[in-house]
Structure formats: structure tokens, C-alpha cells
Design a protein around this ligand. Structure first.
Ligand code: AKG
Ligand code: FE2
Length: 949
């Protein structure tokens, strides 16, 4: 695979231009600061621009021409001999630059020159190299900085996931421009030596390029990668250690290849990653001496820093402690030889990581299957065949129900009768399927029997909802000629078997199996006549086993499902509190334990258990509040492992970086992760610890909401979606004009005034005010970033719940549907594949409420299971809003986390704001009035669960 004969041989770029750019030399600017006109530092620089074009096609949808620009600049020794280019000895008339023998390729990775004004030279590195007498080819990765293209994929490098999924090589799009540039430099321009250096993503590219192309004699990757064994947290798609190609070489092999031949050298500059390596070396050192290493006290870290002659910023106590605890797998506080060897040997692949990877793969397979199913459904006879298969000899009635459900948009709370009538009237695919389904018409003509059918489905006597039917589909119903009673006893036999298996697994200490079996039993028991009490018990056991299997999210969901059946169930309540405790959500755990203690008042033992839990959680809360370093580190680890390396790594490294400077600490306060009085603590590590706990807890809470929502316990977070065409709206077209679409494409955010007529907005506002005074909107006390906001997710698509709201707030419903109708147009205008959840958010920011700086989805920042929000659509409904009432929305430029300038958008009535949920950091400033808004989030179809089979 390696070696020049495998590399592309192109040596002529698709376009070659030369031009002279007025270039402002950064070095110069600083030396004349305040003294002269900055234009005095601008000099014409001759530049040769190469353009490489690579077609990257997967199929009709994923096809782009990837362009890579390379800027060749010659050494500027003519301008200034030596290093001090603006010194007194600068020649009056410069000697024209001449080409040397060595070309340095400097790769800027993700580049940050903001739109390429300085031929990609982000921070003057190219200048500096030129001044040193070197010729430089400056380049960067596809889709960034100078390589941004017209129909840029919004996910940037995440776009290559599609290639990864299909097993097609995509690393070439990053590396081949480098190789071709070397071809050009050597064969066309006659350079004799090639050096390559790069920063960050450029460091990564340097590592990969130097491994495959032996013509690179000297390579210097800076902060680009780290061996995967060190649990590297990547910042962008191409660098994931999970990618197939990275598994081949695990980076380490690539480093070796870069210096394999005698005449080749590679300097690796780890910078940021250095810390982890140092920490491990420290462990080795300590182990060599004493064979064990006790938890690193701060003084220990200090000794280490002194020995290595590095400062605290390079290796913080926090870092040392974190790595120590990572190695200390039994958490005894002491690392022994065994643990250390294990750590080094196992790299990132612990059994639980393997399991997670496996789950991810399974999810992917499921997603593909779902997509396949969607295609399948359009063919009526195929659907019928499918039913036959699912039905497997069960009664006709079930078959028809499946038919109804295929039509989608099933609201679990909708009454069966309403659901049946709606699908019948609904037209489209569902109606066709029903008409073609044998037996359905005959039932329709016999209303009495239809009613009887509803009744048989209403097993728990609460009126019969779609949810019951859905759960019934999950177990085998009565077979042909089987009586209903016989069917139930068959199900009960299955339940008993499940429970036996579960208990056996309990005895064998296989909690994951027990959890699954208890869950299966609980599901069946929930629909068996009079099964509720046993169902709750099974849910409680499922929760307990889930906790033992270290699956607190699942455990919590199980207990909540139990509590839905019997709200006062003590064991479910208690286990749910324990699950919250192990999630690190101590505040809610405390509330739950208080409630459990109240319920348990009559029973001494249970009361004692609740009080014991309460004492433990309160003590923990107090330690966290006090800032106890060890406790905070433990909480960070606990929540970090629940979030996964990638997401946790993102938040911990962001917070860690911010804690080091006053400016960064202010940003943490702005994001809601740091209390004012914790700024300027003696050590940045203390700030980092406190803020990391808050940030991780915030993300855990969000993750929990996704779990609850997927289990149908919470509306509005991970709702099932429908395809955009199912919610297209004739008036959506009028919301945005040509210019607005253009702005959205380019700036990733667009603001449209009077998108909805004022009289309509006034009605919406009145309806929302009425909802709010009816106590329908609620505040999430755990959302530290969004304090005091009150919100309600309104189902706007179908079902009885939507019916209810339609009666209460008809105009709001219409407007929400109109906003959701933007999805089809968004698909066309931005080339996206979208899906629309079936609810939207109505929110009120009362006085003092705000929303700290955030993204609406962190998918591109490592949180791969975040809500798949792609586009945020907001409509403000505040008649006569005045500037003194505050509440402006501040939005930064794409991917700018609040460092540059932001636009301030007042929440004026009828104003529509549309932006890319994963790209635009935004904040709502403190409101001084009751500020109303409607928000529809449009999801990425690839990752959204569709409301169909
Ligand atoms: O109401 C607004 O202006 C924005 C609210 C927001 O950012 C959100 O709910 O995610
Ligand atoms: Fe937001």
C-alpha cells in the first residue's frame, strides 16, 4: 500500500495562476504598532496559485468536486536579509526573490485565515518561513478556508462518513493534493528537497503524507495526532481512531514510516497531547522505582514538573490525577504494575468500549434497514406480504392494526377510535393499504364489531390507546382458532420463562442478561390483563439489573416506565434515585430520595434505606459544592465514561483550555458552566474541575432527556420524525425570499422581518399567553444554561394530543405547520436530507431568563448521539417589544465560539430567524419582559428516527 508507485502521478494542476497580492506582514505590524500607518507594512508578494481538482463521487447525492488550492511563495530574503525584515538594514530596492532548492510544504489543516484573504497564511507562518529564506507551498484541507466551495457540505469533513459507510477510501482526498504538489514541485519546478510541516489538521496530514511518500525528507507534524492507545480525542472526522484506515496503522506505524529510510527524519511535536504522554511516563518512572504509585498528590505533580522542566500550564495537577485514575482501574488509589501493563496493552478497547462500538454498528445497520423499509412501503403488494410475515398466523385484527401503524404519525396517546378514523380519512398510502387489507372494510361496515375490537385491545381499561396496540405488536397475539384466553395464557407462560431466565442470570451475576429478560417480561406484563402490578416489579428488577450492569440510563428509563404504571412504587422510585446518583445528577437524585422516604414512611427498613441514600447524596453534594478536588475528579470520570471519550473529551478539553485565561473564564461564566465567585481561583485546575463537573452534568442531563424521550416518557426531544413532504405547506414558500436563502447558504443564518403578518403573530402571542397562564409551560431546573425559561413542546402533526392543542391554540398550530413546511424548501435550497419531528417548542423567557451561549446540536463536536438537529427555525411573537426589554438573540459566525463579533437580533413580532443548528453558537441575553418564541427544529434525516415501521 505504501510507496511511490501507488501514488497519483498528476503533476500539472488543473489551474495555474500567478498574481501579486498586497500582503500585510504580521511581524511588521507589531513592530510599528501605533507609530505608523498599517499600510506601511503592506508589500506586494508574488504568488503562484495551483488548483487541484478531484471528483469525489459516491452516488448521485454525494458527489462533489473537491478543490485544493496551493499557494507558492518564494523566499523573501530579497526584502530583508536575515530575520529582522523591517530592520534599518532593509534594502531600498529589494532583490527579486529567487527560487531555492528546497520547498517547504506548510499545511494549515483547518485553516483560520477567515475567507482566505492572505493566501491561506493564517498567522504569518508562511511569511516567517519565507523570511528564513525558504520557498513555501501553503495549503489546507478540503472544504475549509481557501478550499470552501459553492455547494459546501454543511457537515464538512463529516461528509466523508458516507464514504466510510460504503467502505470507499476517502483519506486520498486529504493526501493526494500534497502528493501532486510534490510531483509538480519536483518534476516541473525542479525542487530537490521537500520538507513538510503542518499544524493540527495539517499535522495530521503531514503524518499521513510523510508515511506514504518517501520524497518528504523531513516532516514536522505539530499537534496533529497521537497513538490511538492514548485514547486520543479527535477534533474532526478524518482523525477518528475508530475509522478503518486508522486502525491499520494506529498512527504509531505512520510515525515509523515517516522516518523509515536512512535519509529521512521526522520530528513529532505533540504539544497539547504531550501532557498525556508525560503522565504515562511519570507512571513508568514511578513504577520503576517503587513498583506502585499512589494517587498523585499535587506535590507529586510539582516534583514531576520540576524534573521535566515544564510549567503548570503544560501539565496540570488535574491532568496528572485524571490519567492516574484512568490507569488505576480498581480505583484503589494505588496503581500497581498489573494495572499499568493492562492500561498500556488495552489501549482504548476495553470490553465496554467494544460493546459500545458494536452498539453503534448495530444502530447503523438498523438505520439502513429503516431506509430500505421506507422504499419498501411504497409498494402495496410488498407491504401486504410483509404483513403476512409479521402476522405469522395471528388474528386478522392485529394485521389490520399493523396496517394502520405503517401509515405512520402514530401518537401513542391517541385514542384507538380516533386513530382509526383519522387513518381512514387520511388518504395517501395508509388509506390505500387499509382498503387493500382483507377484512378491514367488513369491520368498518359492522360498527358494533369494530367497537368490540377496540374493547379487546383496551387491555388495561383506560380507553384503549395506540400505545397499547404498539406494545401488543411486539408479542405474538392469538393464533388462528386460538381463543383469547388461550392466547393470554400462552403469553403468561412466556413471561414466566423470561422471569426464570432473568433470575438465573441474576444468580450467575450476568446483570446485562437479567436486565434484558426482566425488560421483556415487563413489556409483556404491561399489556396482559391485570398484569400491571407484576409489570412494575419486573421494571424495578430491570432497573436494578441495569444499574448492576452499569447502564444507568437504561435503568432509569425502566424505573420511570414502572412509575408510570404505579407512581408510588417504592422500589422503582428508589432505584430511579440510585440511577440518577450514578449519572451524577445529584440534585434530582436528592429530590427523588426525599420522595421515596416520604412514601416509605410506614416501613422501617425501606425508610432507613431511603434516608441512608439521602445522607450519602447530600454529603456528596456538599463535597462537590466545596470543590473537593478528589470528589470533583471522580464525578468528572463518572460522567465522562457515561458520555463516551469523544464527547467528554470535547467538553473537558474546551473547559480546560478556557480555565487558563481570564478571557476563557469569562466565557465559561457566559456559557453557564462557572459561577462568578469561582473565577480567579488560585489555580486554573480548580476552575477547570468545577466547570467540567457542571458542563458534563449539563450534557448528561441532555442525554437523559433523549433516553426518556425515545422511551415515550418525554415529548419533544427525540420525537419520531416524518419526511418533509408529509408536512409541506403552501404558505411556507412566502416565509423567505431569494436573498434570505442566499444569506442562509453563505452566512449559515438568516433573519427575515415580518415573515408572518403582525395580526397573525398577535393571535399566536395571545394563545401562548393563555397556555402559560394555564400552567402548561414548564421550567427545567436542571438546565443551567437556560435558567428560568418556560417551555412546552406542542405536537402539531396528528393525534388526539395535537387535537387538544388545536382547539386551544389554532393559530399557533397553523403557524407551526407553516414553519415546518420550510423543510422541503430547505432540502432544495441547501441540498440537505431532512426529517421533521412532530412537535415544536413554544417558549417564554420571563424577566431575568436567558440562554447562555450554546449550539442546538453538538454532533459536529463529538456528541454523536445528540438530537440530530440540523436547522433551527425561530419565530418571535412579541408585539411592541422595545429595546429596553432586552432578550436579544446574539449569534456568532459559523463555528465561532464567541470570540469574534456577534449579531444582535431583537425578538420582534413576526421576525423569523433560521440558522444551522450545529454551526451557529448563540445566546439569548437576559429578558426584561415576557418574551415569546416558537421554535421548530428540523432534523438530519440520516440520524432521525422516522415514525414508521
Ligand atoms: O429564543 C431564542 O431566541 C433562541 C432560543 C434558543 O437558543 C434555544 O431554545 O435553543
Ligand atoms: Fe438555541
Amino acid at each position: 500500500m505504501f510507496g511511490q508507485d501507488q501514488l497519483p502521478s498528476d503533476e500539472r494542476p488543473q489551474r495555474l495562476t500567478t498574481f501579486t497580492a498586497k500582503h500585510r506582514f504580521p511581524d511588521c505590524l507589531s513592530s510599528i504598532w501605533g507609530a505608523a500607518q498599517s499600510s506601511a507594512c503592506e508589500k506586494p508578494v508574488p504568488i503562484m496559485e495551483l488548483l487541484w481538482e478531484m471528483p469525489a463521487a459516491l452516488n448521485a447525492t454525494f458527489s462533489k468536486t473537491i478543490t485544493s488550492k496551493v499557494f507558492l511563495t518564494l523566499n523573501t530574503s530579497g526584502w530583508a536579509p536575515g530575520n529582522a525584515i523591517w530592520g534599518a538594514d532593509q534594502p531600498q530596492a529589494p532583490v527579486p526573490p529567487h527560487r531555492g532548492k528546497t520547498l517547504v510544504i506548510f499545511h494549515h489543516g483547518h485553516g483560520e485565515s477567515k475567507g482566505c484573504p492572505t493566501y491561506g497564511d493564517t498567522e504569518g507562518t508562511t511569511d516567517w518561513l519565507n523570511e528564513m529564506g525558504l520557498d513555501v507551498a501553503t495549503m489546507m484541507m478540503p472544504f475549509v478556508d481557501c478550499n470552501i466551495i459553492k455547494d459546501q457540505p454543511p457537515s464538512r469533513h463529516g461528509w466523508f462518513q458516507n464514504f466510510e459507510d460504503e467502505g470507499l477510501p476517502w483519506v486520498r482526498f486529504f493526501v493526494e493534493p500534497v502528493i501532486k504538489t510534490i510531483n509538480f514541485a519536483k518534476n516541473q519546478l525542479g525542487y530537490e528537497h521537500i520538507i513538510m510541516a503542518g499544524l493540527s489538521g495539517g499535522g495530521w496530514t503531514t503524518t499521513v503524507a510523510a508515511a506514504v511518500d518517501p520524497r518528504i525528507e523531513l516532516s514536522m507534524p505539530i499537534a496533529g495526532s497521537i497513538p490511538c492507545d492514548f485514547r486520543h480525542t479527535s477534533w474532526d472526522f478524518e482523525q477518528y481512531c475508530g475509522d478503518r484506515w486508522a486502525n491499520i496503522g494506529n498512527y504509531t506505524a505512520l510515525y515509523v514510516l515517516a522516518a523509515l529510510e536512512e535519509n529521512r527524519t521526522s520530528y513529532l511535536a505533540f504539544s497539547y497531547f504531550m501532557k498525556r504522554i508525560l503522565a504515562v511516563s511519570m507512571a513508568v518512572g514511578a513504577i520503576k522505582e517503587s513498583r506502585t504509585m499512589s494517587r498523585c498528590h499535587e506535590s507529586g505533580a510539582q516534583v514531576l514538573r520540576e524534573k521535566l522542566n515544564i510549567c503548570e500550564a503544560a501539565l496540570s495537577d488535574f491532568e496528572v490525577q485524571t490519567i492516574h485514575s484512568e490507569i488505576d482501574s480498581d480505583q484503589s488509589g494505588v496503581v500497581d504494575w498489573q494495572e499499568f501493563l493492562q492500561f498500556v496493552a488495552r489501549g482504548p478497547k476495553r470490553p465496554e468500549d467494544e460493546a459500545k462500538l458494536f452498539a453503534l454498528r448495530t444502530k447503523r445497520v438498523h438505520r439502513n434497514m429503516r431506509l430500505a423499509f421506507n422504499k419498501f412501503q411504497t409498494d402495496q403488494s410488498a407491504v401486504q406480504k410483509l404483513f403476512e410475515k409479521i402476522d405469522k398466523g395471528c388474528d386478522r385484527q392485529r394485521l389490520e392494526v399493523v396496517g394502520n401503524l405503517v401509515e405512520g404519525a402514530a401518537d401513542p396517546d391517541e385514542s384507538l377510535e380516533h386513530f382509526y378514523n383519522r387513518t381512514k380519512e387520511g388518504g395517501g398510502n395508509g388509506a390505500k393499504i387499509m382498503k387493500g387489507t382483507p377484512g378491514i372494510n367488513s369491520l368498518e361496515q359492522r360498527p358494533k364489531e369494530l367497537k368490540a375490537f377496540y374493547k379487546t385491545m383496551d387491555t388495561n381499561g383506560d380507553g384503549g390507546q395506540v400505545a397499547v396496540i404498539i406494545s401488543r405488536i411486539q408479542w405474538p397475539g392469538p393464533r388462528d382458532h386460538e381463543t383469547r384466553a388461550a392466547c393470554w395464557s400462552r403469553v403468561l407462560r412466556k413471561v414466566e420463562r423470561c422471569l426464570e431466565d432473568a433470575k438465573a442470570a441474576d444468580l450467575c451475576e450476568e446483570p446485562a442478561v437479567a436486565q434484558r429478560k426482566f425488560q421483556e417480561a415487563a413489556r409483556m406484563l404491561s399489556v396482559v390483563p391485570n398484569g400491571q402490578l407484576r409489570a412494575v416489579e419486573a421494571w424495578a428488577d430491570c432497573g436494578r439489573a441495569g444499574l448492576e450492569a452499569s447502564e444507568p440510563f437504561d435503568a432509569l428509563v425502566a424505573c420511570e416506565l414502572g412509575l408510570q404504571l404505579v407512581p408510588e412504587h417504592w422500589r422503582c422510585g428508589m432505584t430511579s434515585a440510585l440511577a440518577l446518583e450514578s449519572l451524577g445528577l445529584l440534585n434530582i437524585a436528592e429530590e427523588r430520595l426525599q420522595a421515596a422516604a416520604r412514601v416509605a414512611r410506614t416501613d422501617r427498613d425501606t425508610m432507613a434505606a431511603a434516608l441512608e441514600g439521602l445522607r450519602r447524596v447530600r454529603a456528596r453534594l456538599a463535597q462537590v459544592e466545596k470543590g473537593d478536588a478528589q470528589v470533583l475528579v471522580e464525578e468528572i470520570q463518572r460522567m465522562g465514561s457515561l458520555l463516551g471519550d469523544e464527547e467528554a473529551g470535547y467538553w473537558i478539553s474546551c473547559v480546560g483550555e478556557c480555565s487558563r485565561t481570564a478571557e476563557g473564564q469569562a466565557e465559561l461564566v457566559q456559557k453557564g458552566f462557572l459561577q462568578h465567585n469561582h473565577k480567579n481561583l488560585a489555580k486554573p485546575a480548580e476552575v477547570a474541575r468545577r466547570a467540567s463537573v457542571v458542563a458534563l452534568r449539563y450534557r448528561i442531563n441532555k442525554k437523559l432527556q433523549r433516553y426518556l424521550s425515545s422511551a415515550g416518557l418525554l415529548m419533544g426531544v427525540a420525537d419520531k420524525c416524518v419526511l418533509p413532504k408529509a408536512v409541506s405547506h403552501p404558505m411556507a414558500d412566502g416565509l423567505m425570499n431569494h436573498d434570505a436563502w442566499q444569506t442562509l447558504r453563505q452566512k449559515r443564518i438568516a433573519v427575515v422581518d415580518s415573515a408572518v403578518p403582525l395580526e397573525v403573530v398577535a393571535k399566536v402571542q395571545m394563545e401562548l399567553q393563555a397556555l402559560r397562564s394555564g400552567g402548561v409551560m414548564q421550567n427545567d431546573t436542571n438546565d443551567v444554561c437556560n435558567p428560568l425559561q418556560e417551555a412546552k413542546y406542542l405536537p402539531f402533526a396528528a393525534g388526539t394530543a395535537a387535537q387538544q392543542f388545536r382547539e386551544k391554540c389554532p393559530t399557533t398550530m397553523q403557524v407551526m405547520q407553516q414553519l415546518a413546511g420550510l423543510a422541503t424548501i430547505l432540502e432544495d435550497e441547501l441540498g440537505l436530507r431532512l426529517a421533521v419531528p412532530q412537535s415544536a417548542m413554544a417558549a417564554c423567557y420571563p424577566p431575568r431568563a436567558s440562554y447562555k451561549m450554546h449550539l442546538d446540536s453538538y454532533f459536529l463536536h463529538g456528541c454523536k448521539d445528540d438530537i440530530p438537529r440540523k436547522v433551527t427555525v425561530l419565530l418571535y411573537c412579541n408585539h411592541g417589544w422595545e429595546p429596553r426589554q432586552g432578550g436579544e438573540l446574539c449569534a456568532w459566525e459559523p463555528f465561532d465560539q464567541g470570540r469574534g463579533v456577534s449579531q444582535r437580533i431583537e425578538p420582534l413580532a413576526g421576525r423569523l430567524v433560521v440558522f444551522m443548528s450545529e454551526e451557529i453558537w448563540h445566546e439569548v441575553l437576559e429578558s426584561h419582559g415576557d418574551r415569546y418564541a416558537l421554535t421548530v427544529w428540523i432534523h438530519d434525516r440520516e440520524r432521525a428516527p422516522l415514525a414508521q415501521l
